[in-house]
Write a protein that binds this ligand. Structure first.
Ligand SMILES: Cc1cc2nc3c(=O)[nH]c(=O)nc-3n(C[C@H](O)[C@H](O)[C@H](O)COP(=O)(O)OP(=O)(O)OC[C@H]3O[C@@H](n4cnc5c(N)ncnc54)[C@H](O)[C@@H]3O)c2cc1C
Length: 491
């Protein structure tokens, strides 16, 4: 009853899947990760890490590494086509208020750091999951309730399955197909993901600071250039240690589209290097907020590591069914403008790991109850970040007339106390693993309180009782010994 010996199958070794693997490893819960890519490719641009995730990294003991390969953000500066200032967001008070700075890291390095925390034997590469089956009967044997099949024929079994397989999740498809048959799928969940922006992302190789003097600045110089309205683009740049620039360019489409529509147009299901190459040609003459042209940064970036991604937005209502559950982009996809996609995936992983840790019996109702608690704890947070990312998207990427008006007001006329309030609201949510010692807060503003896992508290109490008992025995023995000694002397 005490330890249900669960085996978790994690589908997808993205940031969310890896964060969950790290947590289950720490919790001593059995798991395996299945990833469709044949090898880890250091893809992506920058990820912004704030007080809402850094205490968790403190818990894992990897916060100092993050600080080593990141740079703090002081301002987000927005400029126009001629590099004229359009305004800025001031983040200089964040560290004093929340106890942690806002740090920009290159996504590949964050990814590698998480990867280094997971034993190699637990991650199975080149395993594209094609089907998921669940046996929810009470007669099934432990370790067999869920079954996955990969495109190469590999089959694996476990007790529960986590779909951390991104925006086009196969696990989600499986859950939704089942619910659709039972007429239990909300209509909004049945709708395809749509997107109105596409994005090209990359991180340069080491650059010459004499050519890019901005690299000598100690902060990340988070800067955005808004292209002319007709061109509908924005170029984002950040500096990171080792004289590199993380960059991405967003293009707002005239009309929202979907993956299936685009596949019909370009006959390209994976948005691979061909699509990225075509977009590189399209944007190479765009200016960057640091001066110069984007083509120069593209030239200095390994072509195989430049990726084109679609910027979908959607909050799915259904996050679990039976013994299958979703996390990260598989259940909530947000614009990168708020810098919260990766953080929310990790928040999901933390809360889900806490709930899995507290499962006491390997039964479908117990597991479904844990998934419900996870979804209840995370849904509103994810929704909040989808909405704030959308609003920031208008301010930092929007191209319409109204977007420009909103941008002008937001970057120049919003009182500082309102910006502080918004940053505090984000910063006070600092979930941590409830089965590890909680890391105390360091800032001026207290975070939302968090309960440790119930089983962890019981374990601590048991350990304390055992220590007390051992101490009592030692004290009793120390009292008895002199008596025995005295008796011996008397004899
Ligand atoms: C190429 C790329 C670059 C990005 N760059 C940035 C960036 O620069 N800055 C930023 O803030 N965010 C970036 N993001 C987004 C960010 O990483 C995610 O929003 C966030 O980390 C959520 O991660 P996730 O683990 O939920 O999903 P993902 O990161 O999408 O990971 C899903 C994983 O599942 C795997 N997978 C999918 N289907 C299957 C299957 N059938 N079987 C097995 N495995 C499967 C995928 O290969 C992938 O590794 C990028 C995303 C991608 C895909």
């Amino acid at each position: 009853m005490e330890d249900p010996n669960l085996k978790v199958l994690i589908i997808g070794a993205g940031i969310g899947g890896l964060a969950l693997a790290v947590l289950l490893e720490k919790a001593g819960i059995a798991y395996e990760v299945y990833e469709r890519a044949s090898k880890v490719r250091p893809l992506g641009s920058a990820v912004q890490l704030n007080a809402n995730i850094l205490p968790f990294f403190q818990q894992l003991g990897i916060c100092d590494d993050i600080r080593k390969f990141g740079k703090p953000v002081e301002y987000t500066r927005v400029v126009g086509q001629n590099l004229q200032s359009l305004g800025q967001i001031d983040a200089t008070e964040v560290e004093q208020r929340m106890g942690y700075p806002s740090i920009i890291v290159a996504r590949p390095e964050l990814y590698d750091l998480l990867l280094s925390q997971v034993p190699v034997s637990k991650i199975h590469m080149s395993k594209k999951i094609t089907s998921v089956e669940q046996d929810l009967s009470s007669t099934m044997q432990p370790g067999t309730a869920v079954k996955i099949t990969c495109s190469d024929g590999t089959v694996a079994h476990g007790d529960l399955i986590v779909g951390a397989d991104g925006a086009y999740s196969v696990v989600r498809q499986h859950i939704y197909d089942d619910l659709l048959k039972k007429n239990k799928l909300p209509a909004s969940d049945a709708k395809e993901l749509s997107f109105s922006h596409v994005c090209l992302v990359g991180t340069t190789k080491e650059l010459d600071p004499e050519r890019y003097p901005i690299l000598k600045q100690p902060d990340a110089r988070h800067s955005i250039l808004m292209g002319p309205p007709k061109m509908r683009y924005s170029v984002w740049c950040f500096t990171v240690p080792q004289n590199r620039i993380c960059w991405f360019v967003t293009l707002q489409m005239q009309k929202a589209s979907s993956k299936s529509k685009e596949e019909k147009l370009v006959n390209n299901s994976e948005w691979g290097p061909e699509a990225a190459e075509a977009m590189c040609q399209q944007v190479k003459d765009y200016k960057t907020p640091y001066g110069g042209e984007l083509g120069d940064l593209i030239e200095n970036t390994d072509k195989t590591l430049i990726s084109k991604v679609m910027l979908e937005e959607k909050q799915f209502k259904t996050w679990y069914d039976g013994r299958a559950v979703l996390l990260g982009d598989a259940c909530h996809k947000m614009l990168p403008s708020g810098g919260q996609g990766a953080i929310n995936a990790m928040h999901d992983a933390i809360i889900l790991a806490n709930m899995i840790y507290d499962i006491r019996e390997n039964t479908t109702p117990e597991i479904a109850d844990a998934f419900k608690k996870y979804r209840d704890a995370r849904f509103a947070q994810a929704e909040y970040h989808i909405n704030t990312s959308k609003q920031l998207g208008k301010i930092l990427m929007g191209v319409s007339f109204w977007d420009r008006i909103i941008r002008k007001i937001a970057l120049n006329y919003v009182p500082k106390f309102l910006i502080r309030m918004a940053m505090d609201k984000q910063g006070v949510y600092q979930p941590q693993a409830g089965f590890l010692p909680l890391f105390p807060y360091k800032g001026f503003i207290a975070p939302l309180s968090q309960e440790p896992c119930k089983r962890y508290v019981e374990k601590q109490q048991r350990q304390a009782e055992q220590t007390n008992q051992a101490q009592r025995k030692a004290t009793e023995a120390a009292i008895v010994e002199p008596k025995v000694a005295a008796a011996t002397v008397g004899l």
